[in-house]
Design a protein around this ligand. Sequence first.
Ligand code: GDP
Ligand code: MG
Length: 163
Amino acid sequence: PLPTVAIIGRPNVGKSTLFNRLVGKRLALVDDQPGVTRDRREGEASLIGLEFKIIDTAGFEDEDAATLPGRMRVQTEAAVRDADVALFMIDARAGIVPLDEEIARWLRVTQVPIVLVANKAEGRGGESGFYQAMALGLGDPIGLSAEHGEGMADLFDALRPLI
Ligand code: GDP
Ligand code: MG
């Protein structure tokens, strides 16, 4: 069976953009069917020939700020439970916000290896967020642009020894 990588992070950091890039045309057909839950998507990812199952944790875009962390925690922990690696994504342009720090705390107490990814790192707009991410205590982040396909070789280098 393929190893499993779960993409974790607060809404709008670019999780689904990375999922779509890695899964591409192999996206499960069920995803296009109406009424299918958007809470969690699974697909078969291929990254420079490295193949793995990928889980996109989703949503909560309409959630109000008071209930978002609790719902995210349940969903995050469920995704991480089945994963060999947690790919924790932050938004380098927005910088680190309290919810990122909270997710980092949840992840630190799990046994699963964590790969920290600073997305939206294309150009120079992501520099300060990239450095803020270093302070999460999860090691140096991998600078990525899921939208533009930058940083994929670095992501490969980080994932390969773990899966
Ligand atoms: P999710 O909520 O974490 O799944 O985030 P999405 O994948 O839906 O992306 C949220 C927004 O960020 C969308 O408008 C994307 O186009 C944008 N986005 C995703 N990746 C990048 C990136 O690498 N750079 C920039 N500038 N924007 C991105
Ligand atoms: Mg999404």
